[in-house]
Design a binder for this molecule. Structure first.
Ligand code: TPP
Length: 629
């Protein structure tokens, strides 16, 4: 396709000089461009395709970046990136040094709020609207949130606040009836009712006429508003909260979207425009399988995304298999997900045990306290959650689960570096934020067999237990049929060497092993972060000159810090210690390997640190030079 219009749009003002009659062409070209580019570079896909007309209409109707567009999650912002000067870089998205996966303040003045985690947009918009009014700037503020994003507590909290304000805020509810998987919850049912009611089809036509009549005077506006409201009784839920509800309207009709937005600009106060879109719009395979096309690898446009055959089993799959097996035997098991059925490996469980599968929507806080309630009644809840999203439920973890010593197992996926999703999704803090909570058992498997056994150990343990494992494939080792209940707080010595002991926490074992073999040092797979194997640490301190701790969690407060605490508590200050882990900075998108290496979690860096330590401290007469690159 020749991008006759798109090639001339280097920023939204180039779009705004076009005629409204050209906007359909712009949308068509933008859609084609996204399909062409993302099929060659991979990335989030379906949500951006569904939001194309909306994106074009928003930048056409508002004075961006002076007016603020705040995208929720930000996975639907590829079209926005293209229209705001990043067209030619789109193919670099999610790669090291390339465009950020989501809107990022450091990348563009059009990305007015950094995102990645969902349901923040309305709160941020309220903050900006209050600031705009305080500074008498009269900026328009628009939050664009999906029906999935709306299922989170934060979004409800923000609406609750917004309805009491006289601030000029527009929330666009981009409703495609999908989260990553089909959306859930009473609000979703309510929205579906609005869409499927007769009101939608009549309003679709009827509101066109109404909006044409919207006058500029406040008094008449109120009458018009009333007229619209009268037609669309279902939106009364928002109305009752003090938020003017408009819609539902067709989110793929660019011209009508523009007319509506331009009219809504004239209406003061908090407003919500309900826009109906189709996820994956314009690429048939994505329309018919939006779950698969939520995010895609590189694919052939003719054939679509082909199913990947993994050589090695992923940690997520280890969890999936273990969970289905154990649930077969134990009817008390419930699996809870905050809207991450696919990512957390729960598709099989949800099909085999639908009565014991709970998708709460994007509601991490609720998922944890819900589990606490189930545990109070003697059931065995398993909260299946990404490390980065567990951050949302911290107080629930402390106050509702740990304090009451409730029997909840946390299967924490995507711990450590996660690669292309970037800084917003890094799971490098969980060991630090979990370790300080009393009553909690924390395990970090170094391979897939250990992962299975730790899940089992956590399941048998009576109290809160966490197994945190990384994104992606394990080491490719054989997974035994039998389940082992590990001795709590006992490590596993992998290798005996001389003068140096490497203490490995979790999935960085292969790196640790290569270091230990190269330098002939001892290597311990610590297995438990809490309770930590104090005996093994003190033995290592007594018999070595140097201890090296390695983990894919923040050095600050992480597992290495736990080792330091054991040493200082026992006055074992004869031994030098090097803590390797993620650095005190946010990491951008890159491959997981690149992120590990950037943080110095690599064979080369660890060996060089060991060498420096030996030299600087005159530790002993050892010639490592021949072995160090
Ligand atoms: C706090 C949080 N939990 C989970 C996710 C993972 N996630 C990314 S997109 C998404 C679905 C969002 O659905 P919706 O807002 O309706 O947008 P759509 O993809 O349907 O356009 C989820 C659950 C997230 N980004 N943030």
């Amino acid at each position: 396709m020749k991008y006759e219009f798109l090639n001339k749009i280097n920023n939204p003002s180039d779009l705004r000089i076009l005629s409204i009659n050209d906007l359909d062409n712009v949308s068509d070209e933008l859609r084609h461009y996204l399909i062409e580019t993302v099929s060659q570079c991979g990335g989030h896909f379906g949500a951006s395709l569904g939001a194309i007309e909306l994106t074009v209409a928003l930048h056409f109707s508002f004075d961006t970046p002076n007016d603020k567009l705040i995208w929720d999650v930000g996975h639907q912002c590829y079209g926005h990136k293209v229209l705001t000067g990043r067209r030619d870089e789109l193919h670099t998205i999610r790669k090291k040094g390339g465009l950020h996966p989501f809107p990022s303040k450091e990348e563009s003045e059009y990305d007015v709020f950094g995102v990645g985690h969902s349901s923040t947009s309305i709160s941020a918009a309220i903050g900006m609207a209050i600031a705009s009014s305080h500074k008498e700037e009269n900026k328009k503020v628009v939050a664009i949130i999906g029906d999935g994003g709306l299922s989170a507590g934060m979004a409800f909290e923000a609406l609750n606040h917004m309805g009491t304000l006289d601030k000029d805020i527009l929330v666009i509810l981009n409703d495609n009836e999908m989260s990553i998987s089909p959306n859930v919850g009473a609000m979703t049912n309510y929205l579906t009712k609005i869409i499927s009611s007769k009101a939608y089809s009549t309003v679709k036509e009827g509101s066109k006429n109404i909006l044409k009549k919207v006058p500029t005077s406040g008094i008449f506006l109120t009458q018009t508003e009333k007229h619209i409201k009268g037609l669309i009784a279902p939106g009364m839920l928002f109305e009752e909260m003090g938020i003017n509800y408009y819609g539902p309207i067709d989110g793929h009709d660019t011209r009508f979207l523009v007319k509506t937005l331009k009219n809504l600009k004239k209406i003061p106060g908090p407003k919500l425009l309900h826009v109906i879109t189709k996820k994956g719009k314009g690429y048939l395979p994505a329309e018919s399988d939006p779950v698969k096309y939520h995010a895609v690898p590189i694919f052939d446009r003719e054939k679509g995304v082909e199913n990947k055959i993994n050589q090695k089993i992923t940690y997520t799959k280890v969890f999936d298999n273990w969970l289905c097996d154990i649930a077969e035997k134990d009817p008390r098991i419930f699996a809870i997900t905050p809207a991450m059925r696919e990512g957390s490996g729960l598709v099989n469980f949800s099909q085999k045990f639908p009565d014991r599968y709970i998708d709460v929507g994007i509601a991490e806080q609720h998922s944890v306290t819900l589990a606490a309630g189930l545990a109070c009644e003697g059931l065995k809840p398993i909260v299946c959650i990404y490390s980065t999203f567990l951050q949302r439920a911290y107080d629930q973890l402390v106050h509702d689960v740990a304090l009451q010593k409730l029997d909840v197992l946390f299967a924490v996926d995507r711990a450590g570096f996660v690669g292309a999703d970037g800084g917003t999704h890094i799971g490098a803090y969980d060991l630090s934020y979990l370790r300080c909570i009393p009553n909690i058992l924390i395990m970090a498997p170094s391979n897939e067999e250990e992962c299975k056994n730790m899940l089992y150990t956590g399941y048998l343990h009576n109290g809160p237990a966490v197994v945190r494992y990384p994104r992606g494939e394990g080491l490719g080792i054989k997974i035994e049929n039998d389940l082992k209940n590990y001795d709590i707080g006992v490590s596993n010595k992998i290798r005996t060497g001389k003068k140096i002991t490497v203490l490995c926490f979790g999935s960085v074992l292969d790196i640790c092993l290569s270091v230990a073999e190269e330098l002939n040092c001892s290597l311990i797979d610590m297995r438990f972060v809490k309770p930590i194997d104090e005996k093994a640490i003190l033995d290592a301190a007594q018999n070595n000159d140097l201890i090296v701790t390695v983990e894919d969690n923040s050095v600050m407060g992480g597992a290495g810090s736990a080792v330091n605490e054991v040493l200082s508590k026992n006055f074992a200050n004869n031994v030098k210690i090097i803590n390797i882990g993620t650095l005190d900075k946010f990491f951008n998108h890159a491959t997981r390997e690149q992120q590990l290496s950037e943080s110095g979690i690599s064979k080369k860096n660890i060996i060089s640190k060991i060498k420096n330590c030996i030299e600087n401290n005159n530790l002993y007469d050892i010639d490592l030079s021949s072995k160090i690159e």
